[in-house]
Design a protein around this ligand. Structure first.
Ligand SMILES: NC(=O)c1ccc[n+]([C@@H]2O[C@H](COP(=O)([O-])OP(=O)(O)OC[C@H]3O[C@@H](n4cnc5c(N)ncnc54)[C@H](O)[C@@H]3O)[C@@H](O)[C@H]2O)c1
Length: 396
């Protein structure tokens, strides 16, 4: 890497994540020069510009045209990820997009198409996704174990992640939150893109999905706040995904079962109940009607002090820009996978049937349009809400 060169970057969206985490990280990175920040709210843009000693813009097109940026971080509400990413790629800019890449698969495809066009002109163009949970030490260790084949054939995955508690005040803190028109979904679109991305990163996108989503069950919102989903994979593995923003203290238990035992991640502990032989082999060969395989308890050591989080994703992104390519934590084109799972769960819940993947993106987009048009929801907005976003980040 050329240590002297700095990437000229712009940051769009200066709310919870943009105005705090991204601003903080950009201050510490030596390989970047922030040439402009942008928010449609003038006070937010001015504040971040002062903090980063750069220029404020109040419209992203103006930032694109006037700041001289070569890369952009997009941290605006979800629906705008698509038009802003598309415009950035059409101008040949490198993009680091906040999760989710888009609200629905049709929009995700638009971004990917524009990225491919940009790549045809400049093969070094970088498209990264902010999936920082892939950098968390426990998640990396789980990936390592699964990819190493130590569980053998995978049988079942059950992820109960109900530790996403959100209060009514949270939902009332921004005008776009928890509405079909503003956000395009609830827990699956906002909180769970990380979990759905990790799921697909570890096991792939399921082949079939059944979903049960409750709309505004525990909050005054018009989107889902409690979801149970059932996944089937072509290799026979099944998955359960149970999430809500309505439980506290909540549970985060990730149970992965293979022929060689169970891997369980819960309460910052990763345990492998390791079978001495394959369950599949034992089941076929044993004469014991009630026999079980000897299984060993192993607590897996994990280096929790390894570098992690948003900063790692951001650093890799800028290194790739500087080096004309390189490893990313999550490539932008992978963003569509978690969106696919989220949309399929909702489509299944609305239509009360199992959804085969891939499904008709048009059908889901039309359903969202209908929900927007027929919405009678009256949004409450409060300005007195405390929002310390760092409290929401997973520690794993
Ligand atoms: N990776 C993570 O850990 C993480 C955490 C929180 C949020 N996010 C994602 O970041 C995005 C923003 O979430 P947030 O919680 O910061 O929301 P927020 O409402 O706090 O902030 C969004 C900001 O974008 C501004 N904005 C809206 N439309 C804009 C536009 N077209 N151009 C410029 N500015 C615009 C708003 O004025 C606001 O200041 C969401 O997509 C969310 O999913 C990611």
């Amino acid at each position: 890497m050329d240590n002297k060169r700095k990437v000229k970057v712009g940051l769009i969206g200066l709310g919870n994540i943009g105005g705090r985490t991204h601003v903080k990280n950009l201050k510490t990175l030596e390989a970047v020069e922030v040439v402009g920040v942008c928010d449609i709210k003038k006070d937010k843009a001015d504040k971040a510009a002062a903090e980063l000693n750069t220029k404020a813009y109040y419209n992203h097109t103006e930032l694109f045209e006037k700041s001289g940026l070569e890369a952009v971080i997009i941290a605006v509400p979800h629906y705008d990820h698509t038009p802003i990413s598309v415009e950035a790629f059409s101008r040949g800019l490198h993009v680091l997009c906040e999760k989710p890449v888009a609200v629905h698969v049709n929009d995700a495809k638009k971004t990917m198409e524009e990225y491919e066009k940009a790549k045809a002109k400049n093969p070094n163009i970088v498209f990264g996704m902010m999936f920082q949970e892939r950098t968390l030490p426990f998640h990396k260790k789980i990936k390592d174990i699964i990819d190493g084949g130590e569980l053998g054939q995978l049988i079942r995955v059950t992820w109960i992640n109900t530790a996403w508690f959100r209060s009514q005040a949270y939902y009332d803190s921004s005008d776009w939150r928890a509405t079909w028109a503003g956000e395009g979904g609830g827990i699956l679109t906002n909180q769970c893109p990380h979990n759905l991305d990790l799921y697909q990163w570890l096991f792939g996108v399921p082949a079939r999905i059944s979903g049960f989503a409750h709309i505004g069950k525990y909050h005054n919102i018009e989107v889902e706040d409690e979801v149970t989903a059932y996944f089937e994979h072509d290799n026979g593995m099944i998955g359960h995904f149970i999430v809500t923003t309505a439980e506290t203290p909540g549970t985060n238990r990730f149970e992965i079962v293979g022929e060689y035992g169970n891997l369980v991640y819960e309460k910052e502990k990763l345990v492998f109940y390791r079978n001495r032989t394959s369950m599949l082999k034992f089941s076929k060969e044993t004469k014991e009607g009630f026999g079980k395989i000897e299984s060993w308890y192993t607590e897996i050591p994990v280096n929790v002090n390894a570098p992690k989080g948003h900063i790692v994703v951001t650093e890799k992104f800028f290194n790739a820009v500087l080096n004309g390519g390189g490893e990313l934590i999550a490539h932008g084109n992978e963003g569509i996978k978690s969106v696919t799972i989220a949309n399929a769960i909702m489509l299944s819940s609305f239509s009360k049937k199992m959804i085969d993947i891939p499904f008709d993106g048009e059908e889901y987009e039309n359903k969202l349009e209908e929900l927007k048009k027929t919405s009678r929801f009256v949004k409450t907005i409060r300005n007195d809400v405390e929002t310390d976003i760092s409290k929401s980040f997973s520690k794993g």
